[in-house]
Design a protein around this ligand. Sequence first.
Ligand SMILES: C[S@@+](CC[C@H](N)C(=O)[O-])C[C@H]1O[C@@H](n2cnc3c(N)ncnc32)[C@H](O)[C@@H]1O
Length: 381
Amino acid sequence: MSKNTEPAPVPVPGSYPMNGGDGTYSYTKNSYFQKAGVNAAKTTIHDAIVDKLDIKELFFSASTNNRTIFRIADLGCSVGPNTISTTEGILEVVQHKYQQSQQHLHFSSSKTLEFQVFFNDQVTNDFNTLFTSLPAERPYFAAGVPGSFHGRLFPNSSLHLVHSSYALQWLSKLPEELLDENSAAFNRGRIHYLNASDEVYKAYEAQFAKDMAKFLDARAKELVVGGLVVLTMPSVPDGVPCSRSLMCVLFHLLGSSLMDLAKEGLISEEQVDSFNIPVYAVSPNKMTELIEGNECFSIERMELTKPKSSNDYGQGFQVTGQALSMHLRAGMEVLVTKHFGTAIIDGLFDRLYKKIEELSDQIQPLIYEGGSQLILVLKRK
Ligand SMILES: C[S@@+](CC[C@H](N)C(=O)[O-])C[C@H]1O[C@@H](n2cnc3c(N)ncnc32)[C@H](O)[C@@H]1O
C-alpha cells in the first residue's frame, strides 16, 4: 500500500454512526431534535421511576440486602450532551428515591448507593468524543460498551435500568427484498416508505419486529427482576398516515433530492434504487403486540408525546429549514457517503434545505403535531 492510500473503512454490518467530533456538521452540535424529544419525555420518565421502580424489592429485600450498586445502561448513546443529561437525570431520581426508602424503612446502616453507567453504541461510534465530554467530577462510574443492542451486551441479571432514546428506530439491516428487482417490495426511485407500495412498508415492519424480538430477549436476560426499561422513540400514531410524520417527510425529500442529482447525471438512478434508509417508526399498537409477544415485561407506561414548543429545543433555538437539514445531515451523512461517496454531500444537503424551505408551510405544522414520539416504561417480570 502506498503511503498516501487511505485505509478502507471497516464495514460493520448494521452500523450507521452519527457524525462524530464537535464540528459544524457533528451530531454533538446538531442533536436539538433528539434533545427536544428527550426534554418532552423527561417528566414522564421521572414520574415512572418514582412510581414504578421498587427500591425496596431491589435493595432492601432479604435476597438483595447486600446490593449497593445501581447499574444503568444507555443503549445507542451516540455522542453529545443528550446521553449525559438523560442518564444523570435518571440517576438523580433513583438516588432521591433510595434515600427516601432508607428513611421510610428506618434502615440503620450507612449503606451508600453507588452508580455505574454503561454507555453503549456500535463500535463505529465516536466514543473518544463522548468520554472527553463526560464531567470530570461525576457521581457515577462510567464505562463504554461497544456492540449492537440487538444482541447480548451484559451478563445475566446485572442491570437495574435500561434507557434508550432515539436509537431503536434503526434497523439491524435492510430487508433484502427492497433491493430485489423481482420483488414487489423493490423500492424504485425512493429511499424510504412514504408513498411506496404496501410491500415496502411491510418489509420494514417485519424487520423491525425481528429486531425488537432480539432486543427484548437480550434485555430480559440482562435485567434483574423488577428492573425497568425506559424507551423513547419516533412513532406514528395508529391510523395516522406516514405523510403526517416529520421524519418520513424529511426522508422523502432527501430521496427526491437524490433523484434530482440522478437526473443531472451526478449519480445514477440505479444507485438511488439500491439505497434505502434503515429506519422505522413504530405505532403504539404494533409495539404493544411485540412486547406482549416476548412475555417477560409488563407495560407500565406507554404515551405518545411531542415537543410542545421551541423551549424543548433549548433557549433561542428556531426550527428553521437550515436546522432541519443540518439535523438530517448529522444523522445520515455517514450512511449516504458510504453509498454515494463524499463529492455529492454538500450539494445534496443544500438541495434538501431548499426543498424544506419551499414546503415550509406544510412542514412547520408537522414539527409540533401530536404523537411523534413514543415513551415506554417496561418492568422485568
Ligand atoms: C440518533 S442517535 C441517538 C443518540 C442519543 N441516544 C440521543 O438521544 O441523542 C442513534 C444512535 O443509535 C445508535 N445505534 C443504532 N443502532 C444500534 C445498535 N443496533 N446497537 C447500538 N447502537 C445503535 C447509532 O449508532 C446512534 O449513535
